[in-house]
Write a protein that binds this ligand. Structure first.
Ligand code: ZN
Length: 237
């Protein structure tokens, strides 16, 4: 987004808030929402939005826009994978792959999802990189996730244009690519039959860990996104 557009949007936001006289009145700032903020209710700290909208923001990285379903991302992801395969020798792609590899190398030991509760977001973020590495997700597929989300947003006129939305959406996609900890064990049941017990634990896909992961992904992938989006302009329908 250009500085001019940002300024225009901020100005519009500000005039709307002034016109509504709401900022200090303790109401949720999201257009059309009549709920009071947790701060005004005395149930929390947020002065920006009501609990439902804060919760939405935590999960999706946007107050108003929901997460993209897999089927919406899929065609952009395929295009990104094809483009990356055709441009694997480009310096920006080579650098992006190296960037993902260094995240993998720095991620340390794999922590099972069952042990993540209570760890700070930075640790959970490292664990997410370790999970991708140990699931043998090729670095180029990690780059493709960033490009897919960038292209999906670019082709959606109603999408949230804040960088945080893109970061969170891409991080959610990474979470899905390296799923949680799965254990399966068998024991003897009645009559000597074998009974299988399975445990599936997925790390929660919300909150600050998604911002951390998305920011780190952006740092390694943003240079790859520009030429891809430029090429996409002429090929997408
Ligand atoms: Zn609200």
């Amino acid at each position: 987004m250009t500085t001019w557009e940002t300024r225009k949007r901020r100005k519009a936001d500000l005039s709307r808030r002034i016109a509504e006289g709401r900022e200090d009145a303790g109401y949720c700032r999201i257009v059309g929402c009549t709920q009071r903020t947790p701060a005004a209710r005395g149930t929390g700290l947020s002065r920006r939005a009501c609990r439902a909208h804060e919760d939405h923001y935590g999960r999706h990285g946007s107050y108003a826009h929901g997460s993209f379903p897999s089927k919406v991302l899929a065609p952009h992801r395929q295009a990104a994978e094809a483009w990356l395969a055709a441009h694997q020798a480009d310096p920006s792609v080579v650098r992006g792959v190296l960037g993902v590899q260094s995240q993998y190398a720095a991620a340390g030991q794999h922590l099972p999802a069952t042990r993540l509760a209570g760890l700070p977001p930075s640790e959970r973020c490292r664990a997410a990189w370790a999970r991708l590495r140990d699931a043998k997700v090729p670095p180029v597929d990690v780059l493709a996730a960033w490009l897919a989300v960038a292209a999906t947003i670019a082709s959606d006129p109603g999408a949230d244009r804040h960088s945080e939305f893109q970061q969170v959406q891409a991080a959610k996609l990474l979470h899905r690519m390296a799923s949680g900890t799965h254990r399966r064990w068998e024991r003897s049941g009645p009559g000597g039959s074998l009974e299988a017990t399975e445990l599936h634990k997925y790390p929660a896909s919300r909150g600050r860990v998604l911002r951390h992961l998305g920011e780190q992904l952006e740092r390694v992938a943003e240079l790859v996104a520009a030429p891809f989006l430029e090429a996409r302009k002429y090929t997408s329908t």
